[in-house]
Design a protein. Structure first.
Length: 129
């Protein structure tokens, strides 16, 4: 038995939205959506601007990471340098700025790896790597 995964069978249509929180970095809204079966549901959405990350590789082939303490995980993490794209900035400028700010490096060359939704089930953040 095959499942119907056509767009019509899965598409949710936003029919309302309510702003829940407006912060410096994120905003939270609650959307009311119409489901394909005619029912309605609520979707909580975190709004966040675009972001960038870079996988810096030094002259010896080592990947350089940043150790940061993150409150949501209640502990330190090893991460690639990353951050938000500021107003008026393009992603290439943002990635060069983040590389300098976080590890004090400048890039010899940039290569776009991918662009992706960070957490598409609940956030609008789009990352360029």
């Amino acid at each position: 038995m095959s499942e119907d995964y056509s767009l019509d069978s899965i598409k949710e249509t936003k029919i309302g939205t309510e702003r829940i929180y407006e912060g410096r970095i994120i905003s939270v809204r609650e959307d009311t959506v119409a489901l394909p079966d005619g029912k309605t549901a609520k979707r909580e959405v975190i709004e966040h601007s675009a972001a960038v990350c870079i996988v810096p590789v030094d002259e010896n082939g080592n990947v350089l990471l940043v150790r940061q303490f993150r409150i949501p995980t209640d502990g330190p993490l090893l991460e690639v340098p990353a951050g938000g794209v500021e107003d008026g900035e393009v992603s290439e400028e943002a990635v060069l700025r983040e590389l300098q700010e976080e590890i004090g490096y400048t890039a010899g060359k940039l290569q776009h790896l991918s662009s992706f939704w960070v957490a598409p089930g609940w956030a609008t953040e789009f990352m360029h790597a």
